[in-house]
Write a protein that binds this ligand. Sequence first.
Ligand code: MCA
Ligand code: AMP
Length: 485
Amino acid sequence: MPLLPALQDASGPAAAREAVRFDDVTLTYSALAGVTAALAARLAGAVRVAVWATPSAPTVVAVVAALRAGVPAVPLNPKTGERELAHIVADSAPSLVLAAPGDVLPPALAGLERLDVTTAPDGPAPAALPEPDPESPALVVYTSGTTGPPKGAVLPRRALAASLDALEDAWQWTVDDVLVHALPLFHVHGLILGVLGPLRRGGSVRHLGRFSPEGVARELASGGTMLFGVPTMYHRLAEALADPDASAGLTDALAGARLLVSGSAALPVHDHERIAAATGRRVIERYGMTETLMNTGVRADGAPRPGTVGPPLRGVELRLVEEDGTPLTGADAIGEIQVRGPNLFTGYLNRPDATAAALTEDGWFRTGDMATLDPDGYVRIVGRKATDLIKSGGYKIGAGEIENALLDHPAVREAAVTGEPDPDLGERIVAWVVPADPAAPPTAEELADHVAAQLAPHKRPRTVRYLDALPRNDLGKIMKRALHG
Ligand code: MCA
Ligand code: AMP
């Protein structure tokens, strides 16, 4: 089966069905098939293309066209700062950058040929395009590690198809579903689940452009059947439900949805309970990772259980292992989650060392997530092996990359970065800074702007604490645990 069957047969009964809706543009399957086939013809032969992934219809057209052409796409966060963007461009070496007409691209992309992506179909619906090899790369998605710059996870077409079909099975996801979301389109959650998911099913997606409880209420009340979001969004929905001025319409809209799904980080039980109490509906969670796509999920016909991410999805093998790699058995044992299956990436671009370190010899991926198993196989994530990885607003952020950026600031002598619990973001980035001149420390705003400009706004410290010196052990290593004490 092709990756996007409904686009291959755009003259069929689905042709007039709505595929994608943004505020300003709606594309039917026949329109999307036409415009992406024309663009695919122009991309043919490219090694890789970058996509300036604003939350807009041209991003969908660009990614779908690249997929149809069999050319791997590298979605770029349009807010990425100079240093990080320069790294991604140098590492992924795209032949072209695809952007909407009028988008202003930063200097780091100046050396690339630019192709403007329009959403207006030009010409008659084309014949079906040849389907690329399922093992060929579909996307390269950049993701942070504990140290160093982000790595490009190479995701083959086979992994996208396997993961989306496993979700079809778990959630009874059909052509009639209308997905509502406001996730960014440069990560797995928003792009693969949120856009390619509906398109693979022949259903539709409505993207809000930016998240707001009012937008969620409006779209769910007018035909939306499913909502995907990160815990921060559900937290903000829970807040809105508790606010008499904001809850009008929202309560009924959420209550009427077929499925409310949270992922990318843990949804606190408190927010689960607040939403259930206000709407009578339970949010279900699924657990995934850029490198593995989706691993587990509570089924639509399963029992929702706050604090768990459900059982493994169809086709996914999952085990817990001890520190030395020995598989664990029995309830309550805590171990690292390892997964294996057709949902896995093929490796990190240009990083055979990191790829080898991430996988066992027999092909299990080391997630770094620590969990226990309930007796019925539901997975309960209890923590993470690496304390230097922070999940904030659903974004994975490495402490090391922020520390390096802070150390680049002339007014910073030493820096350490940690995550602190935050009711809205899950974790908030905290920078511990030793100023070069204690009499004239840099302001918190200056440091946040510096990190946002070098890396990305979501990586900026939300809190800055000033110290005379960082706590270090006898070997000179920073003792991060002592920072919060
Ligand atoms: C603020 N801004 C700045 C600065 N300060 N810009 C430049 N310099 C600064 N100093 C801007 C931001 O860019 C943003 O602009 C606005 O101010 C607000 O920023 P912020 O406070 O960071 O955003 P927020 O409103 O708190 O965002 C919350 C959010 C967001 C909407 C929930 O965190 C989000 O979209 N998260 C989704 C992450 C995600 O998709 N993760 C999936 C990874 P503007 O408002 O214009 O944007 S995939 C994954 O994890 C796996 C596979 C899985 O399981 O899903
Ligand atoms: P990323 O590398 O951005 O793809 O993020 C993947 C990580 O997000 C996983 O390794 C988990 O730590 C976390 N994650 C994703 N979904 C969930 C969830 N439902 N509950 C807890 N953590 C999650």
